[in-house]
Design a protein around this ligand. Structure first.
Ligand SMILES: Nc1ncnc2c1ncn2[C@@H]1O[C@H](COP(=O)(O)OP(=O)(O)OP(=O)(O)O)[C@@H](O)[C@H]1O
Length: 231
């Protein structure tokens, strides 16, 4: 599903060079929930930006959902991003003047799909994330956890192959964060969705199937998470 081979990224600022990623190889099978950890500056956001086709790698190969990103033109990349990838961010990034329902429908409206079908799907997704009763609330009428649930529903609208989450619980208290993660875990498991989540929080990371650790732009750890069996 995701296959990165020797992916490197150097940022140049005047005469200084920063090797944000120094050759990362990583395979994430379909349906896996991967957590990425590492100290500040280790390259986590850079990796997520490359996986999200928001930036291009300097070298190496990056295949997602069978497509080699380096061979795609800008308009192909935006279409790929819109149709195959879902994003969840630390600060939710909801439109403040729109209701929860409108926020969830938004990626679909931009893609030109029919309103009636989109509305039905958005309502179903809001039910799935436990917000069936909040469809007409605007973000300032929702709690942080509810806003992040709306963001998860929005990320799922286009039925992406991969969901990328950047510190999705970074702005939530630990209990609310855990609830959002449980909901994310269930919603993605039902859909066989591949998830890559960057987090500083080990508890959050352990919700995933596997934890990859970065340091200085390299993978320095890669372990499976052992989950207790439900009784
Ligand atoms: N646009 C940019 N221009 C120049 N340098 C950059 C740019 N983006 C990132 N860097 C540098 O690349 C390195 C990796 O940054 P990155 O943001 O990927 O780290 P991170 O692990 O996500 O850190 P944090 O946990 O603080 O968000 C850092 O040294 C950073 O300063």
């Amino acid at each position: 599903m995701i296959e990165a081979v020797d992916v490197a990224k150097v940022y140049r600022r005047g005469r200084t060079e920063v090797r944000a990623l120094a050759g990362v190889s990583l395979t994430v099978p379909k349906g896996e929930f991967l957590s990425v950890m590492g100290p500040s500056g280790s390259g986590k956001s850079t990796l997520l930006n490359l996986l999200g086709a928001l930036d291009v790698a300097g070298s190496g190969s990056l295949r997602i959902d069978g497509r080699e990103l380096s061979r795609m033109k800008d308009d192909e990349l935006s279409a790929f991003r819109r149709e195959r990838l879902g994003f969840v961010f630390q600060f939710f990034n909801l439109m403040p003047t729109m209701t929860a329902l409108e926020n969830v429908m938004l990626p679909g409206l931009l893609s030109g799909r029919g309103q009636v079908e989109l509305r039905r799907r958005a309502e179903t997704l809001l039910e799935t994330v436990g917000l069936g009763g909040r469809t007409h609330h605007r973000p300032d009428e929702l709690s942080g956890g509810e806003m992040q649930r709306v963001a998860v529903a929005r990320a799922l609208l286009m039925e992406p192959a991969v969901l990328l989450a950047d510190e999705p619980t970074g702005n939530l208290d630990s209990r609310t964060g855990a609830e959002v993660l449980r909901m994310l875990r269930e919603a993605t498991r039902e859909r066989g969705l591949t998830v890559v989540m960057v987090t500083h929080d080990l508890k959050a990371a352990e919700v995933g199937d596997r934890i990859v650790r970065l340091a200085d732009g390299l993978i320095v750890g890669d372990e499976r998470v052992v989950h207790e069996q439900a009784a």
